[in-house]
Write a protein that binds this ligand. Sequence first.
Ligand SMILES: [Zn+2]
Length: 509
Amino acid sequence: MDNNINNKKNNNTLIIGIVISLILSVGITFFSSSDVLSKSKVPIEAYRVYLKGESIGLIQSDKELYNYINHMQKELMDKYKVDNVYIPNDINVEKDITYEENITSIESIYNIMNEKEPFTIKGYKVLIDKTNATDYESEGETEEEKNNKEKKTYINILDKEIFANAAKKVVLSFVSEDEFTDYENEVQKSIIDTGESLENLYIDAKITYTESFLPVNEKIYTNENDLTEYLLFGKNQNMSTYTVQDGDTLVSVAEANKMNVNEVLIANANLKSSNALLYAGQKLTVGILDPVFQTVKEIHKVEDQTVAYKTEYIYDNSQLVGYQATRTAGSNGVNRITQKIKEVNGEIVTALISSTEELKPVVNEIIVKGGKQPTIVSAGNWGWPTNIPYIISSQFGWRWGRLHSGVDISGTGYGSPIYAAKPGVVVDIGYNGLSGNYVQIDHQNGYYSRYAHMVTISPYVKKGDYVVMGQTIGDMGCSGNCYGTHLHFEIWRGAPYNGGEAINPLLFY
Ligand SMILES: [Zn+2]
């Protein structure tokens, strides 16, 4: 590599030497012919600067140009803390006698040079190639936004360590230092009863370094903190600093900046968890994350999930209206669930339940009421739209700078049933590029629910059908803009995407 560099570019003192000798020979010609020039049109003595054989201007003093070049070289050496700054090897300066009076300033000559053939320093060009990576972050993006994403990113760095350290810092935004070290050294603790282990941790891109001459008019990263910010926030780097005020919480800071709490933690590696305490005056980095590459984390997780008991009413005609007695006391059940979870840049993209063990069965509460069974189902009661157990793979709220207007429910498997959360009328059913196959129900009390990414357009219901709570309305799939089997479930107060307001469905359960 080093040999290659020396051959490619000449040493600058050598170039200047050649140029000076050239000027001397031109100078001699000039003096011998000066007396024959006309008096009315006085020619001027100047120097023409050539770059790659092409004239880029006339200057008054060659020495001034050399001094300027030397000065810029020194400045760049200081700026980048390097021993060599390479000047283009095809600059020539020739003495000229001319009637032309357009003398170009030295600065302009330098600017032309800097644009056409800038000074260079030795370093590395890093190629981050995402051609074979799945673009998980495109969920919610338009087709156009998706297509405009670059698959290849080039970054100039002074030495390899800067990139290696910055990339590690990015990865450490998604895993703790301890987790990372244990994973690297293959000394993770095995799971006893419940817990999680990191099965795989990688950057989903092909990264290659090429030793190169880096043009100084391009961004060259010389420090790992700058590069870390770029790798996390992308080329627009539209992040800013937020100063914590009295009364702020992580949730309020996140919400005010169109982020979720997890994203605030990613952007501020010094905040260790969502319980981190903020203090007035504290500076936080906020903004929309747009990582240059995807950090993928595959997790094996065992957790105990509570199954909340439901209340069932039995109506006894022999008792007076208003009579109420508990026949069976309710008690919550517990399921031990083994999950495989894939996270990309801190968000779950796929979640599968590989096994379920019932540690304690759920016992529903049974209450006997006097009188006849009412025909109207109470308005506050919502049924869960999938089988249990399940995994909430994405919460309602901000994600990647966009509002995720529902919850993603995973884990119950491809083709598993989707149930109407409440009785109502099917008012919309069909397919679109974002939602895939969806069903929308009007519950006729101002609330609507919407179910997306089904396997096919529902074979169970059609537009205009009345459905009861718990009725199967579709099969869980991954149609539309989706990267892993899940139900995208929305609840709206008012018509969805038409004047209504999306509400976090989990508030109803
Ligand atoms: Zn979703």
